[in-house]
Design a protein around this ligand. Structure first.
Ligand SMILES: *Cc1c(COP(=O)(O)O)cnc(C)c1O
Ligand code: SF4
Length: 453
């Protein structure tokens, strides 16, 4: 029997009540205050009581994952905030400084904002992104938060301010109309934040309409979530845990595929009884669980951590899916791993496991033109190069065409790479055209809606 747990959040205002935190020095607590003035900080009682090994802080991966760490801000940014706090600046002023620092941290990477906008009858469909032909992303308005915040998260900007992605339920008709019209879409990916922070009832508002006959072209419904890692009680003892499972069953019984895209960063997250129970309950509905994670310095920059994690996932009945390169945003200096190292960790881990775990693809950069995988490092005509290829692309025709970049020991992201054997990557002209067209369309729409208003 799993004992019920009631979700309790910890953040800057109340974390000092934790008995576990008493070992932190005054200086460590001040650092934490400074960093979380700029970057979001939220953890919860499950993470604190069952995942973090308090005899191993600050190095413990789960501590690194949810508590702000020294080094996440540059010295310059850190000092600005530290000075403001030490000198008791008014709250408003501190917020202003924090906002200006956030603007310097690339809060909206990979052109999420303009390039993936979906239009219906000349209007923007809010809360929806359509980047790859087959798959539409939905951001429900009440799913834009999480059971805890990952320190490295690329969506950090939406947890600290207003979000341009917010999406009211009464607008859900528009996303449904969009999907009805787009017969090429086979997959809907409900994402966030974390959609599993919603009640079963709320989640059903987004999922149940898709089971009607006019959505027969939607074959796969995916839910992107970190709840299995941060709050597995969601599926076991929460008040509406059974309702969630019944909703999953309903999707499966309708003949569609339901995929829980579960985010795990470390084997520790798979170790508790309640997680194992949650996985088995979800699997009993007929839903599949696929797993994904970025490679993150200080958390899982180690091939053995990955191979053990994949083995354990398959053992529990989950399917390893993506190995990501961490995005170029937020505390990137602290968490980034160079591309050559990402390949090394991926390869070493992949080489250690059987074929059942080799379903995992990567190292993949989810970048402006698409998901670019680093396939290897090679020497061609005496030049050392990265061998790259698209796993997923804005133009499906770009997929699986190998291309080459000059080897660069320091590069951590696609935009830091230079083409080998030529001036440009093969897709660049076409990409620019696509982005220009998207911008023109967005401007035209905005101007028209202003003329109406
Ligand atoms: C990764 C991703 C998808 C899904 O891609 P698959 O390869 O089908 O898993 C869809 N949309 C966006 C924006 C993505 O980043
Ligand atoms: S759970 Fe996902 S969206 Fe939420 S903070 Fe972590 S990475 Fe970001």
């Amino acid at each position: 029997m799993i004992k019920e747990k009631k979700l309790a959040f910890y953040n800057l205002r109340n974390y000092e009540n934790l008995p576990q935190i008493q070992s932190l020095t005054k200086e460590q607590k001040f650092n934490l205050q400074v960093i979380s003035t700029v970057l979001p900080f939220r953890t919860n009682n499950y993470v604190v009581e069952e995942l973090i090994d308090w005899s191993n802080i600050p190095n413990d991966p789960m501590f690194q994952l949810t508590f702000p760490q020294e080094g996440m801000l540059s010295e310059e940014h850190f000092n600005k905030i530290a000075t403001a706090i030490k000198n008791d600046y008014p709250k408003e002023k501190i917020r202003e400084i924090a906002d200006s620092i956030r603007m310097e941290l690339n809060p909206h990477p990979a052109g999420q904002m303009s390039a993936n906008v979906a239009f219906l009858d000349g209007e923007v469909v809010p809360g929806l992104q359509h980047k790859y032909r087959e798959t539409v992303l939905i951001f429900p308005s009440s799913g834009q938060t999480c059971h805890a915040y990952c320190t490295f998260c690329f969506r950090w900007a939406q947890f600290v301010g207003r979000s341009d992605l917010k999406f009211a339920t009464d607008e859900s008709r528009r996303f449904l109309n969009y999907l009805k019209r787009h017969k090429e879409v086979t997959d809907v990916l409900i994402t966030g934040g974390d959609p599993m922070v919603m009640t079963a009832e709320k989640l059903a508002i987004y999922i149940e309409p898709l089971l009607a006959p006019e959505f027969n072209h939607i074959r796969n419904i995916r839910i992107g979530t970190k709840s299995l890692s941060y709050w597995p009680y969601r599926y076991v003892t929460d008040k509406d845990a059974d309702d969630i499972l019944r909703l999953f069953e309903k999707v499966v019984n309708s003949g569609k595929h339901l995929a829980i895209m579960a985010h795990f960063n470390h084997r520790v997250e798979l170790s508790t009884k309640v997680l194992q129970r949650a996985v088995s309950r979800i699997r009993s509905t007929g839903a599949q669980i696929r797993t994904q994670s970025p490679l993150i310095n200080h958390i899982n920059n180690n091939a053995d951590v990955w191979s053990e994690m994949w083995r354990e996932q398959v053992n529990l009945g989950m399917i390893p899916y993506y190995f990501f390169v961490e995005r170029d945003t937020g505390a990137k200096e602290y968490f980034a791993v160079p591309l050559w190292r990402a390949l090394e960790v991926y390869r070493d881990a992949y080489a250690q496991v059987s074929g059942l775990m080799r379903t995992v693809r990567g190292p993949s950069m989810s970048a402006l033109p698409g998901k670019v995988a680093i396939d290897g490092i090679a020497e061609i005509n005496g030049e050392k190069v990265f061998v790259l290829n698209f796993i997923q692309a804005r133009n499906p025709d770009w997929v699986k065409r190998p291309f080459f970049a000059k080897f660069d020991k320091n590069a951590t992201w696609l935009n830091e790479l230079e083409p080998a054997f030529g001036e440009k990557f093969f897709y660049e002209d076409e990409l620019e055209e696509m982005l220009n067209a998207a911008t023109r369309r967005l401007q035209k729409t905005l101007i028209e809606s202003e003329m109406i208003a």
